[in-house]
Design a protein around this ligand. Structure first.
Ligand code: ZN
Length: 448
């Protein structure tokens, strides 16, 4: 791998939507010899097999260990592919006061004001006819075609005293241009025809879409000494990137003596809207993949024998590290953090705790993570929310409840979470990869 920070920036730029994030990850996995499993097929896996599964905007990949999962368990790193943004409504073309606009709605907890005055584009997936069936295609307009213009201060004199009040219905519709001929169908149709090297004879008929806005400004290193990373979707593509790189690196380093446990990553869509979906963490995706991987394990010479209660036995021997970004202390709002629990940018991974189970971390799983950090020479930072502030949540507790696996919630510190353009530290990129790599290599067993 090149410089891990440059690698992260390019991973983010290539992944404007959850579907693109999955495609970016799949390309890297396939380069490393991972092969696709279809959920509609019968699975059979053997030690050393590298497989991946896609369900919508979610992805799971695993490398089968030398021992059956029922005996050695899984080592799983989870993250999420989605980020808050503005998504296009079904009948989206709007003409008003000489402008062409698009009807959009917020997805997840959007920091609305950060989407004003940015050079936005549109990407996502469309569904088209394909012979006797349907086909999903990725689409990305790539160039800046949208803008949500802010209102001049002359027309809103109290703005700086009263604060900016944005109504998601009234104030967030992006301008697409001035011509009356502009239509979403045409923009998307042109992008799809372009993808087909302009040899399309008739226009593509799009049946439906999941389209969303993104900022076209590339991710960048910044700060006086290049210490900062400024990018969209750091929450949570930075964790997807770390998990993926750790899995790919552990594979190379494990060439001498492969791990007994089966190592896996799972990247979920829909975390930002509560995870309750076919592809989300509250759905069956991870449970299905693990159950089938555990049940399909065929030890050499033991053909056709399905291990008994394979998934349940595997789950009791497994660990899940749920990696999602953490709130660093903000220099202008330091009082929003609990004293003694103020993660700082550049000082490495954060262990997240919440006694009310907004995070899945408990003493056992925190102990695992602390031990792994020790192995790679890192001291983890600690986060707990102030007692008088609500606590965010993530895929950790949702997955843990779904699959019954001991889970720890961790993440790299960041600022401007859920902004159109977020901020993290370059120095935190490599340590998270290192500790996740140590996790994949580790055979540390859960306490009994
Ligand atoms: Zn997140």
């Amino acid at each position: 791998m090149q410089d891990p920070v440059a690698d992260l920036l390019s991973f983010i730029d290539r992944s404007p939507t959850p579907y693109h994030a999955v495609a970016t990850a799949v390309a890297l996995l396939e380069d490393a010899g991972f092969m696709r499993l279809e959920e509609s097929d019968v699975w059979s896996v053997a030690p050393g097999d590298r497989r991946y599964v896609v369900r919508g905007g979610s992805l799971a990949a695993f490398e089968v260990g030398t021992a059956p999962p029922a005996e050695a368990g899984f080592r799983i790193v989870g993250a999420h592919t989605d980020s808050p943004n503005l998504r296009v409504k079904p009948a989206a073309d709007v003409r008003a006061h000489g402008y062409s606009q698009l009807a959009v709605e917020p997805y997840g907890g959007v920091l609305l004001h950060t989407w004003l005055d940015r050079d936005l584009s549109l990407a996502g997936r469309v569904v088209v006819r394909d012979g006797a069936g349907l086909k999903t295609e990725l689409v990305d307009l790539e160039r800046p075609v949208l803008r949500v213009p802010s209102l001049a201060i002359h027309l809103n004199r109290e703005l700086n005293q009263e604060g900016l009040k944005l109504n998601a219905q009234q104030h967030m519709a992006p301008v697409v241009g001035l011509s009356e001929k502009i239509s979403l169908a045409r923009l998307v149709g042109d992008a799809l025809s372009g993808k087909r090297a302009r040899k399309a004879t008739k226009p593509v008929e799009v049946l439906a879409y999941d389209l969303m806005t993104y900022d076209t400004q590339p991710a960048a290193r910044a700060g006086a000494e290049g210490e900062l990373v400024l990018a969209p979707r750091l929450d949570n593509l930075a964790s997807c990137h770390a998990a993926l790189r750790a899995l790919l690196a552990s594979r190379r380093s494990a060439a001498v003596g492969r791990a007994a446990s089966t190592r896996a990553i799972v990247f979920y869509d829909h975390e930002e809207v509560g995870s309750r979906s076919q592809a989300g963490a509250a759905g069956s995706f991870l449970a299905d993949v693990l159950t089938r991987a555990a049940g399909a394990f065929a030890a050499p010479g033991a053909k056709g024998r399905t291990p008994e209660q394979a998934f349940e036995r595997a789950a009791a021997r497994s660990w899940l590290v749920s990696a999602d970004m953490a709130h660093a202390v903000h220099p202008n709002y330091a009082d929003r953090h609990e004293p003694g629990h103020r993660p700082v940018l550049g000082r490495g991974p954060v262990l997240k705790r919440n006694v009310n189970q907004s995070y899945a971390t408990d003493a056992e799983s925190a102990g695992l993570f602390a031990a792994l950090c020790g192995e790679v020479g890192i001291t983890p930072q600690h986060f707990v929310a102030r007692s008088d502030l609500g606590c965010g949540s993530t895929i950790g507790p949702i997955s843990a409840a779904r699959v019954g696996i001991r889970t720890v919630d961790v993440g790299n510190p960041m600022l401007s979470m859920h902004s159109c353009r977020e901020m993290a530290a370059a120095a935190d990129v490599a340590p998270m990869i290192d500790v996740l790599r140590a996790f994949f290599a580790s055979e540390l067993r859960p306490p009994t």
